[in-house]
Write a protein that binds this ligand. Structure first.
Ligand code: URA
Ligand code: SF4
Length: 230
């Protein structure tokens, strides 16, 4: 089985993440406060779709409030629902390895999902659920203002690009965000790289090499040296 290349010095890359773009003057502390307040006021108690019925808690997001890089997944699973933190189960552990292979840490990036409440039995969220919940994500992005968004898997990629193109054709190249269908949301411009979801990579480890190619493009864009690998 293929392993992720080891992070050379994850902590020795302060320039690669955590650097707020100061175009709106919001410090990381202010952004973190804004995110926390928004979560408390709008998301924790949200009952706008049926997913609120079976959740333990809504899972808003985790990481740096002014990151260069944001990862967007599908929705919380059982572990995330219990802990209130995105990507902490098996797929989350692989995502953490992928982030570290990019010479970054989870604290330097931001991680969240298209829907904030766990779909029962880990089913894929419906289009209606994703459309109901995605304004929260758009608001998050307007505070986070990342340079690059990596969407993990089909639902996140298709929702943020407003397309039905399969993930296998979307991945591997940068797309402009926001797409034409989201131009009215006041979203900050970013480069968007779709890649495979880590849960899919756990089932199909042979595809990891493609996901790593995608992440290397993101590293190159952000000016992060690509570690030599075996
Ligand atoms: N899968 C996701 O898409 N998101 C999580 O937070 C965990 C697993
Ligand atoms: Fe609200 Fe989103 Fe949870 Fe649905 S998934 S109840 S829209 S926070």
């Amino acid at each position: 089985m293929r392993h992720w290349p080891r992070a050379e010095a994850a902590a020795a890359q302060p320039a690669a993440g955590g650097g707020a773009s100061d175009d709106d003057g919001l410090s990381e502390a202010d952004a973190a406060k804004a995110l926390e307040e928004y979560d408390q006021a709008n998301v924790r108690g949200c009952a706008k779709c049926v997913l609120h019925e079976q959740r333990t808690q809504a899972v808003f997001g985790d990481g740096c409030a002014r990151p260069e890089l944001v990862f967007v997944g599908e929705g919380p699973g059982a572990d995330e629902d219990k802990q209130g933190i995105p990507f902490v189960g098996r797929a989350g552990q692989l995502l953490t390895k992928m982030i570290e292979a990019m010479s970054l840490t989870r604290k330097q990036v931001y991680i969240c999902n298209i829907v904030k409440c766990r779909p029962p039995g880990n089913r894929t969220p419906t289009e209606e659920e994703m459309n109901t919940c995605s304004p929260y994500l758009y608001w998050q992005l307007s505070i986070l203002r990342p340079k690059v968004i990596v969407t993990l898997g089909r639902p996140a990629s298709q929702t943020l690009l407003q397309t039905k193109t399969p993930i296998s054709r979307l991945r591997g190249q940068f797309h402009d965000f926001p797409p034409p269908g989201l131009m009215d949301e006041g979203l900050p411009a970013a480069k968007l790289m779709p890649t495979f979801h880590p849960a899919y990579l756990l089932r199909s480890p042979g595809e990891k090499v493609k996901a790593w190619e995608d992440l290397k493009q993101v590293m190159a864009f952000l000016g992060i040296p690509i570690p030599p690998r075996g």
